[in-house]
Design a protein around this ligand. Structure first.
Ligand SMILES: [Zn+2]
Length: 181
């Protein structure tokens, strides 16, 4: 009895001391978290079974007047294209150069992943839909200005600005994030 009483007293004292003065609402606000680095994400390669030793760095190449700023990943027509990261479809877009394309934002809305020259989208893929790393989002094709003789995935990464516009970002070379180490 004596033992229990002293234990309860200690608990009461602790509660009085630690409780009201440390209520959750009184805690200092957490500073905004910095965006995750691309290296920390361990991006999935968008084509399953691709021999990464064959991957060429085509980021710095010129395509006519403009810098390519993307990887061209050769794969047979109809090969499934996988989401490289968790996030959501920011925009399904068709353009003359890119053909059938997907802009996917990562979960932190810091990066946009761009998949172009697709043959078609995965069934049910619409603007805004959440996607998980490894989900099939489309199929390799040669739409847009790609050669029908060489179907490939044009894949790019953009660092999004503060306004988070799918068409606006700073290109990042994806090659080092996929190249075998
Ligand atoms: Zn390309």
């Amino acid at each position: 009895m004596r033992h229990l009483a002293s234990g309860s007293m200690a608990l009461l004292l602790f509660a009085t001391f630690a409780g009201p003065s440390r209520a959750a609402t009184d805690l200092p606000r957490q500073p905004p978290q910095p965006p995750p680095t691309l290296a920390s994400k361990k991006l999935l390669f968008p084509i399953q079974g691709f021999d990464l030793a064959r991957l060429r760095d085509t980021f710095e190449e010129r395509r006519g007047m403009i810098k390519h700023e993307a990887l061209d990943i050769l794969a047979p027509l109809g090969t499934p294209v996988l989401a490289v990261d968790d996030g959501r479809v920011a925009k399904l877009f068709r353009s003359l150069p890119g053909g059938i394309t997907i802009y996917q934002f990562d979960a932190s809305e810091s990066y946009s992943y761009y998949y172009a020259h697709l043959d078609r989208y995965a069934p049910g893929l619409v603007d805004g839909v959440p996607v998980k790393r490894g989900d099939v989002i489309g199929y390799v094709g040669s739409t847009g200005n790609a050669s029908a003789a060489a179907p490939h995935l044009h894949f790019a990464i953009f660092k999004l600005g503060a306004e988070k516009k799918w068409w606006k970002g700073e290109a990042i070379n994806p090659f080092p994030y996929f190249a075998p180490r």
